[in-house]
Design a protein around this ligand. Structure first.
Ligand SMILES: [Zn+2]
Length: 257
C-alpha cells in the first residue's frame, strides 16, 4: 500500500509545466524548481544534451523497495541497453541476485542513490500522498547519506545523483542534498506513472520520448501491468535508432546551453 501511494506523486507530475534552465555536471540540464501544489514542494525536471543527428534518451529506473521486474532487467541486458538505476538500501538488501547481474554489467548499468528507506527527502514535517516526509534536515541527511553508504557497501561504487521517494523536495532540502555532493535526479518523461499505468499507456509514454529526454520508470514491480508496456516502449525506442545514455555518460554542454 505504501509503495502504491508513494508512486501516485509521479502521476501528478505528468501535468507539470517545466523548463530547462540550469547546467549540471555531466552535461545534464535541470529546470529551475517549479512549485508543485500548495505545499511549496518542487519536482525538478532533468534532461540530457540533445544528440542532434541521433535521438538521445536516458532511461532511469527506480528500485524503491520490494522485488525486481525481470521483464525489464532481462530486456536491458539482452538488448544491451544502458540505463541508470536509482536504488534504495532496502532494495539492495532484498535483491542480491539481481544486484549481481547488474554489477556484472558495468558497461550497461549506473547505480545511483534512491535513499535508505524510501522516505521523501523533505526537511519539514509534511505528509506527501499519505507518507510522512523525513521531516528535518538531519533526517534528510540520514536518508541521503545512508542510501549512498548502502551502495558503497554492496558494490564499492560511489553514487553522484540522488532521487528522493515521491521525487518531491523542498527548495532547502534540494540545496542540502547538493551540498552533500549529489545532483538531483529529476526527469522529463514519466514513463509508467509510478508503475500504476496500464501496459498500453506505459508503452505510449516511453515511446513518446524525444531527443534529450530523461525517462523515469520502475524496476521493482514485477506484478504490475506497466512493466510489459515499459519493455515494449523501450524496444520501440531502440527500433527507432535511439541512442541510450546514462546520466554519467551525458557529454558536457557548452556553458550557457
Ligand atoms: Zn521510489
Amino acid at each position: 500500500m505504501l509503495r502504491a501511494i508513494a508512486c501516485l506523486s509521479l502521476l501528478a507530475a505528468l501535468a507539470l509545466p517545466l523548463q530547462a534552465a540550469e547546467i549540471l555536471p555531466h552535461g545534464a540540464k535541470a529546470s529551475a524548481p517549479k512549485s508543485n501544489g500548495g505545499k511549496g514542494l518542487v519536482e525538478p525536471k532533468l534532461t540530457v544534451p540533445r544528440g542532434g543527428d541521433v535521438t538521445r534518451v536516458a532511461l532511469t529506473f527506480d528500485a524503491c523497495m520490494g522485488k525486481t521486474d525481470l521483464r525489464i532487467l532481462d530486456t536491458l541486458i539482452s538488448e544491451n541497453i544502458p540505463a541508470t538505476l536509482f536504488v534504495t538500501a532496502r532494495w539492495l538488501k532484498h535483491n542480491p541476485q539481481a544486484l549481481a547481474r547488474i554489477t556484472a554489467r558495468p558497461d550497461l548499468f549506473e547505480l545511483e542513490n534512491h535513499g535508505e528507506n524510501h522516505i521523501p527527502a523533505v526537511d519539514r514535517p509534511v505528509t506527501i500522498y499519505g507518507i510522512p516526509a523525513a521531516g528535518s534536515p538531519e533526517a534528510v541527511a540520514k536518508e541521503v547519506q545512508n542510501g549512498a553508504a548502502a551502495i558503497r557497501a554492496a558494490t564499492g561504487l560511489e553514487s553522484h545523483w540522488f532521487r528522493g521517494a515521491t521525487a518531491r523536495y523542498s527548495p532547502s532540502s534540494i540545496a542540502a542534498i547538493r551540498a552533500m555532493g549529489f545532483e538531483i535526479g529529476g526527469y522529463s518523461v514519466n514513463g509508467d506513472g509510478g508503475s500504476l499505468l496500464g501496459a498500453r499507456e506505459a508503452e505510449k509514454h516511453i515511446a513518446s520520448a524525444k531527443d534529450g529526454d530523461v525517462v523515469i520508470a520502475h524496476i521493482n514491480q514485477p506484478t504490475h501491468a506497466a512493466g510489459d508496456g515499459v519493455v515494449k516502449g523501450i524496444l520501440k525506442l531502440k527500433a527507432r535508432g535511439v541512442q541510450f545514455v546514462r546520466l554519467q555518460d551525458a557529454p558536457p554542454s557548452p556553458p550557457g546551453n
